[in-house]
Design a protein around this ligand. Structure first.
Ligand code: F6R
Length: 632
């Protein structure tokens, strides 16, 4: 969602803010703005649309400020117009605030402030915050932090009035040496430099300057001055906290010659799989050795004596979880259910005994996934019965995220930071995490023999090379094929079994970046309704790979062909039956059916990418979407 940056130190703030906003632009791009403090004045510049519009307005302005805040917006309350862009100020224009999240009680606060004579200039929920801070300052500040700073205490009092999820950065022309930051259910991290501090809603904005980073926890606020950082809770109690050292490098957030981040990230996938094989497979393992081939570093008791697994996730992570369900059930024989976190949090199932709960979120910041996990962890803890005790595991690409702090066990997916809004490399990395977990459970529950484990592992080791071949071969071909679909309005993706989630993922990729309506469907269900949609204008992409349902999917594809649909097959090369069935073939090597999603997803990612690029769309920043969905 929205991106926040802040700087206090000895360098020109506005350059650092703009540079930081560029790194966060993937989080929101409806409008952007900065506010800096210099010579006793607050200077605010805002622009509707992409960050470049703000940059154009700032070009040529000499701004000596050493303190400032910036924001890229993803609209929640109020249209993406300049007057709704952050920073928002109080009536005097001396206090400025940027916010990520939603202030749920903003209506009543706004009415109360209007009744006191405060004037509002936007439709946002955020604007109540600078007015509230001004109101507390005007009253004369008293409270636990007043001896530190009136601004800090006024912010503390103001945030105690707010309901909802929010991260804030606040500056004031009357406090030219202070940057105040707040976190409550929306991410915010502080970067520690030499005589300078940074803050940001996501670390890519900080890593070009420092890797010493302190992610704030919920209910914390901090005062950053050129001399140091002081952290408090919302009651005003001082906290002792230390920064961690991040491993992401600044080059990970560059396009490195690719036209878009998404294309770069598609190409990075074989490397991601290599890294995860190196990280999680025990190199000295043999089928004869009496130990697990996998080393996930989890608490020993986490997986013992399980009867069920339940998985909570959203979007692409939910699709990865559906593949995970097949793996856990077929390799480890453990009944698994997958829930949309956004549904589960308000309609939880009755508690299941001896269950492992897995939260899957690449960003580690998805509000619904975090809330669902938190609710599950709490209700299990409150039950006070060993059979229902919380056993919580997170799968995330950002172990330093809120997820990493919420649950005690995490499998990090090591995909490197993903900037394209459409998830690609983090999806295959999540699949890898599920393969490892299924192998670990298969070993522990003795559902897989040493020989079977060895065969699967050997096949997994081939994946990076096979993925490279698919990407290399299909890159030009999918680009060419994309020409045929510049006017297409609807697409159907079908698959069965472990490749049904890949049909869902193919459809999601296409719709989110090309704005073409696309549906993913279990191939066998088409005849129960959706087949009515088919005619010569609706291409059907079928994922048909050798295994339990190969013939079935080919028959389902034939049924579509009989309705004049143009048929594209993600299917094995040199197979006469596939060649006969499909008008167009996107070939993938034949592998164990359970491993096939690692390959079948690749042509679908490439096809979506090239259709969107061909249509001239902004692939990395599709309309209305945000990379990290930190509001519910
Ligand atoms: C699709 C996509 C989204 C995310 C979803 C969950 O390409 O990126 O559907 O998968 O918003 O995000 P995470 O995994 O960060 O919880």
């Amino acid at each position: 969602m929205c991106g926040i940056v802040g700087y206090i130190g000895t360098r020109a703030a506005s350059n650092i803010l703009i540079e930081g906003l560029r790194k966060l632009e993937y989080r929101g791009y409806d409008s952007a703005g900065v506010a800096t403090i210099s010579e006793g004045q607050l200077n605010r510049v805002r622009a509707k649309g992409k960050l470049q519009n703000l940059q154009d307005k700032l070009d040529g302005l000499e701004d000596p400020a050493r303190l400032g805040i910036g924001h890229t917006r993803w609209a929640t309350h109020g249209k993406p117009e300049e007057h709704n862009a952050h920073p928002h100020t109080d009536g005097s224009g001396r206090i400025a605030v940027v916010q990520n999240g939603i202030v749920e009680n903003y209506r009543e606060l706004r009415e109360a402030l209007i009744a006191k004579g405060y004037e509002f200039h936007s439709e946002t929920d955020t604007e109540v915050i600078p007015h509230l801070i001004a109101d507390y300052l005007a009253k004369g500040v008293e409270g636990p932090l007043a001896h530190e700073s009136d601004l800090l205490e006024a912010v503390r009092q103001a945030v105690n009035d707010l309901d909802g999820a929010f991260a804030l950065a606040v500056v004031s022309a009357d406090f030219p040496d202070e940057l105040i930051v707040v976190r409550q259910q929306a991410p915010l991290a502080i970067g520690f430099g030499q005589g300078e501090f940074f803050c940001a809603s996501d670390t890519p904005a900080i890593v070009p300057h420092t890797r010493a980073v302190l992610p704030l926890d919920n209910g914390e606020l901090a005062m950053l001055t050129p001399l140091g950082a002081a952290i408090y809770d919302f009651t005003g109690r001082r906290l002792k906290k230390h920064p961690i050292t991040l491993s992401i490098s600044p080059t990970m957030v560059e396009k490195q010659g690719f036209k878009h981040f998404m294309l770069k990230e598609i190409h990075e996938q074989p490397g991601v799989v290599r890294t995860s094989l190196e990280t999680y497979l025990a190199s000295d393992w043999t089928p004869e050795s009496d130990k697990s081939p996998v080393n996930l570093g989890l608490d020993a008791s986490l997986l013992a004596g399980l009867d069920h697994v339940q998985i909570l996730a959203c979007g692409t992570s939910w699709h990865a979880s559906l593949v995970g369900k097949h793996l856990l059930e077929r390799l480890a024989g453990i009944p698994t259910v997958v829930h949309y976190a956004s549904e589960f949090r308000y309609s939880p199932t009755p508690l299941i005994a001896n269950a492992l709960t897995i939260g899957v979120t690449q960003s580690g910041e998805t509000a619904d996934t975090l809330a669902a996990l938190d609710m599950e962890q709490t209700r299990r803890g409150e039950k006070g019965d060993a059979a229902f005790a919380p056993r919580m595991l997170g799968i995330t690409n950002r172990p330093e995220s809120s997820l990493g702090r919420l649950v005690p066990n995490v499998v990090a997916t090591h995909a490197g930071i993903e900037i394209g809004v459409a998830a690609t490399k983090t999806f295959v990395a999540q699949l890898m995490a599920f393969y490892f977990l299924a192998l670990e459970l298969g070993y522990q529950r003795k559902t897989l023999s040493g020989q079977e484990l060895a065969e699967i592992i050997e096949a997994m080791r081939q994946l990076p090379t096979q993925m490279e071949h698919v990407i290399e071969k299909q890159e030009g071909y999918t680009e060419e094929l994309a020409h045929s679909f510049t006017e297409t309005q609807d697409f159907i993706f079908i698959g069965r079994g472990v490749n049904y989630p890949i049909a869902l993922e193919g459809a999601l990729k296409l719709k989110e970046i090309s704005y073409i309506h696309a549906e993913g469907y279990p191939a066998g269900e088409m005849k129960h309704g959706p087949i009515a949609l088919l005619d010569a204008k609706v291409p059907v992409v079928a994922i048909a790979v050798p295994g339990t349902v190969y013939d079935k999917v080919l028959s389902n594809a034939q049924e579509a062909k009989a309705r004049d649909a143009q048929l594209i097959g993600v299917a094995p090369a040199n197979d006469p039956e596939a060649e006969h069935t499909f008008d167009t073939l996107l070939p993938v090597p034949t592998v164990d059916e359970l491993l096939s999603p690692m390959l079948t997803v690749l042509p679908l990612q490439l096809l979506s990418y090239h259709i969107a690029a061909r249509r001239g769309l902004d692939v990395d920043q599709p309309r209305n979407l945000a990379k990290s969905v930190t509001v519910e």
